[in-house]
Design a protein. Structure first.
Length: 296
């Protein structure tokens, strides 16, 4: 209670897990650091967000503090989890324990506030588009984006050193896409810029990039307001949810069919006296679906 936190350096599903657990314990989440925030939960030092909060004399903590509080179901002492001690990390909380024990308070560097570096315009061709075409966000186009985003996110996850299990990677990719889109919606509802979301995520869905471009045309006459963008983002998310769910079902159906074909081939191979080298290779997910198919 009294904690207003921001996340930095995390990807899904870990990002959504940390956020939901902190909210469940009474904290409030913000998509980006602002004057109302009290705490940054950071994966590792020296991220852009880490440096921003450090310069603002904010308090930064590791994810383990959130997890330990959740496991013990109580407010655990934060000092051993601090990555940077700054302003009070909790509204109504006076100071850190280290300061209470007489240690000299940390002095934060005086940093002149500068206007965020944002492009004044995208390109002349984009600036001319005073009324962005609705066809760009048509259901057929959004379905293509969803399929492309899923492939891109899966490819990105597979390139990581710590990658999910193959049987879970598609679901995790879909959840990550939808969570990023929901972050964009949350930012718009809080009257914040989507551009901040694109800087936080390492693999940004096409739909979020396109919404950020629309937001970048706000100086152009008849450009969409935050409210209009939020409505469009919610409509886009609905189509994305349907399409990603459909793509997942299609994959499961194909996998089940391959499992059945493999079973039939194995049966016919046995009848013809073939050895085990004639059987097909199957992933763990295919084996699991084949087993469920047989038992049902």
């Amino acid at each position: 209670e009294g904690v207003v936190f921001v996340l930095s350096g995390f990807v899904n599903p870990e990002r959504s897990t940390l956020r939901s657990r902190a909210i469940e314990m009474g904290a409030n989440y913000q998509a980006d650091w602002n004057s109302n925030c009290t705490l940054l939960v950071c994966a590792f030092p020296n991220t852009p967000k880490f440096r921003q909060v450090e310069a603002d004399c904010g308090t930064i903590v590791s994810k383990e503090w959130i997890l330990e509080c959740y496991n013990q179901k109580k407010l655990v002492d934060i000092d051993s989890y601090l990555m940077h001690a700054g302003k009070p990390w909790r509204k109504g909380y006076i100071s850190h324990k280290t300061s209470q024990e007489g240690s000299p308070p940390r002095k934060c560097p005086k940093v002149e506030k500068q206007s965020p570096s944002r492009p004044t315009s995208f390109t002349s061709s984009k600036s001319k588009a005073s009324n962005p075409s609705k066809e760009k966000f048509s259901p057929s186009e959004l379905k293509k984006w969803a399929a492309d985003d899923l492939k891109k996110t899966i490819s990105w996850l597979e390139s990581q050193e710590e990658k999910p299990e193959q049987s879970e990677i598609k679901q995790i990719a879909a959840e990550g896409i939808l969570t990023c889109l929901q972050d964009a919606i949350d930012s718009l509802e809080q009257n914040q810029d989507i551009q901040q979301i694109t800087e936080q995520w390492q693999c940004v869905p096409r739909v979020v990039e396109e919404l950020a471009k629309l937001e970048g045309t706000k100086k152009v006459p008849a450009s969409p307001s935050k409210k209009d963008l939020c409505k469009r983002a919610k409509a886009c998310k609905k189509i994305y949810e349907e399409e990603l769910g459909k793509l997942d079902n299609e994959t499961r159906e194909k996998t089940t069919q391959r499992a059945k074909d493999g079973r039939n081939k194995a049966t016919s191979s046995d009848a013809a006296g073939y050895d085990s080298e004639e059987t097909i290779e199957m992933t763990e997910e295919e084996i699991d679906l084949a087993y469920k198919s047989i038992t049902s």
